[in-house]
Design a protein around this ligand. Sequence first.
Ligand code: PRT
Ligand code: ZN
Length: 294
Amino acid sequence: MTERLRIALQKKGRLAEDSFSLLKKCGLKFSIRSGGLLARVKNLPVDLLLLRDDDIPTFVATGAADVGIVGENVLVEEQLSSPSKLDADIDIRLGFSRCRLCLAAPSGGIIKSPGDLNGTRIATTYPGVLGRYLSKNNITAKAVEMKGAVELAPSIGIADSICDLVSSGATLEANGLAAFVSILDSEAVLISSSRALSPQQSEIYHKLCSRIDGVLKSAETKYIMLNAPVEKLDEITALLPGSDSPTIIPLAGTEKLVAIQAVCTENIFWETLEDLKALGARAILVLPIEKMMS
Ligand code: PRT
Ligand code: ZN
């Protein structure tokens, strides 16, 4: 059994850069050579296997890799279309590469809702997820399996609607299509199998998961500093999102104002700052937190 932890990652594509960047934020030092299939992490016993995203769930399930980062859409599709149970499950949702698997049809056409799909043809690269949705909803339609360019299927007459990934919606619009239902919400996920890791691999994986947790938390967490009128203290602290016990510091030369400092574990939106200001808060600073460990 190898002592190095093998992480399967997408080599090139929509997941690749964010996956590399997440691992770098976790302190892993490595460089990716173009054409390389393996990258060695210099400062930890970790190897990165650089693959096509579709291969990642199977690599993890069969033990060719120990863990992997992949889109939930690909994981679920592989789980549903694999002949035997695929031994790969989600450990951490990573929050990037968010998209939705949607059913869409020509704008202004006769298919406007799932009920209109009976007896029609649906082009997709996700026959497993589509099939599950159709049978759960008692819809009888034919899945036309394609390898890509699904959005062209209705205009070339090989399908009546499509089931494809959508993020901004620009591709659907450019092809005269409109989404009418979303059947799966997806984001990048960290996956592993139920197979036991060696004690050293397990220790590294725990360390990696705890660092990823810290990176994800710090992305949302902000440090906020402001000056507040004493009589509005309760109202102002109640507005600070996800902050239990802010630090209150007296200000020199005045009894009417105090400084408040707090770690907010939820995103601070412009609206919150406007509400704070309306209550008399001044000199409001919102600072990013680089690392966090609890
Ligand atoms: O070569 P390899 O097999 O590794 O990569 P790939 O070409 O199969 O996948 P890639 O790199 O395109 O996408 C990898 C993963 O990114 C997907 O499995 C999803 O989890 C995620 N993701 C997020 C997306 C999108 N957003 C997305 N918009 N994957 C694909 N798209 C496509 C979609 O299929 C459609 O053609 O983008 C188009 C729609 O985008 P919008 O913005 O116009 O709506
Ligand atoms: Zn792929």
